[in-house]
Design a protein around this ligand. Structure first.
Ligand SMILES: NC(=O)c1ccc[n+]([C@@H]2O[C@H](COP(=O)([O-])OP(=O)(O)OC[C@H]3O[C@@H](n4cnc5c(N)ncnc54)[C@H](OP(=O)(O)O)[C@@H]3O)[C@@H](O)[C@H]2O)c1
Length: 293
């Protein structure tokens, strides 16, 4: 298929590359010039990347970025055509998604929200899980592209429901990780070796995919960003915003948001979100470090 791919960050770069490897004709664009994808042509604007494409796929930072890419100067809107599908793998506001979709559909094009889970490793290995909102027939048309970048698709409902489900998922990752970080900080302060605690966690009902994925890097003090703290902070805020609009109370998430606020103020926004642990360590006067036994 002819695909315009917009946003070559941690996720978008390898996703576009997997589309090329699967034989699709890909034109890429990134806000900051210089990022390229082997085998893909580079465009100088979103409008140029979208010109003549069957599908325009976005993976940019946040709601504002998607709005800019679609409707800003030289945006996708200029190149929309009848039947073209705009797919969005950024994690953004469900309410804004509905508005963007309406504007895109008014021009005869289609809109599918397709945020992902699986992080940097999943994007690189083409094993992402897509959390999708949109019409069945559009999702059907996108199947060869989903297959090139991911291993599973979950359709959550019509437009915007993919984003709604995604923020509900990330809310849980943030809370599970915070639980782990608080537990291991307390244990370390009480004299328990973190390298012994993690296997205990993994062998019991406390076990979780989040801890399994994050613990080895944490014990190595490696906070290189797979999922940057600033983006998890954005997702927490998206969940709190959606909750406020829907009159849902999320007391634990409100408290965790404060942790992210302080961590961001401390300059940790570009580290992995696992670095929120370092704030707890600072407050406790202890360092969580160990060798997995
Ligand atoms: N990393 C993960 O584990 C992960 C997992 C699931 C979902 N996500 C979601 O996927 C999206 C991308 O994440 P990422 O990790 O790839 O982030 P990233 O590495 O920070 O990349 C962000 C991308 O968005 C572009 N961008 C930012 N602001 C823009 C604007 N105003 N206009 C146009 N482009 C803009 C950046 O361009 P520049 O190069 O010019 O800065 C870059 O290409 C986010 O919504 C994130 O929440 C990430």
């Amino acid at each position: 298929m002819r695909v315009g791919f917009l946003g070559l960050g941690i996720m978008g770069g390898p996703m576009a590359s997997n589309l090329v490897k699967a034989g699709h004709e890909v034109v890429v664009w990134n806000r900051t010039p210089g990022k390229q994808v082997e085998g893909a042509r580079s465009a100088s604007s979103p409008a140029e990347a979208a010109q003549g494409a069957e599908v325009v796929w976005m993976c940019v930072a946040d709601t504002h970025a998607v709005e800019q890419v679609l409707f800003g100067a030289n945006g996708v809107e200029q190149s929309l055509s009848e039947g073209m599908i705009v797919a969005d793998s950024s994690t953004i506001s469900p309410a804004a998604t509905a508005k963007f979709a309406e504007r895109v559909k008014a021009r005869g094009a289609r809109y599918v929200d397709a945020p992902v889970t699986g992080s940097k490793a999943g994007a690189q290995s083409g094993t992402l899980v897509f959390i999708v909102g949109g019409e069945e027939r559009d999702i059907e048309r996108l199947k060869p592209l989903f297959a090139a970048m991911g291993k599973k698709i979950f359709r959550m409902g019509n437009t915007g429901k993919g984003q709604a489900a995604k923020i509900a998922m990330n809310l849980q990752i943030a809370l599970i990780y915070e639980g782990f970080a608080e537990g291991i900080t307390l244990a370390a302060k009480l004299g328990v070796d973190p390298g012994t605690l993690v296997p205990l966690i993994n062998a019991t009902m406390v076990h979780s995919g989040v801890v399994e994925y994050k613990a080895p890097a944490v014990l190595n003090r490696d906070f290189t960003p797979n999922f940057p703290l600033r983006l998890m902070h954005k997702d927490i805020r998206l969940a709190l915003e959606a909750a406020k609009e829907a009159r849902v109370k999320l007391p634990a998430l409100e408290t965790v948001e404060e942790v992210y606020e302080v961590a961001a103020e401390d300059g940790d926004g570009n580290l992995d979100f696992a670095a929120t642990l370092t704030l707890l360590e600072k407050w406790a006067g202890v360092e969580v470090k160990g060798v997995l036994v």
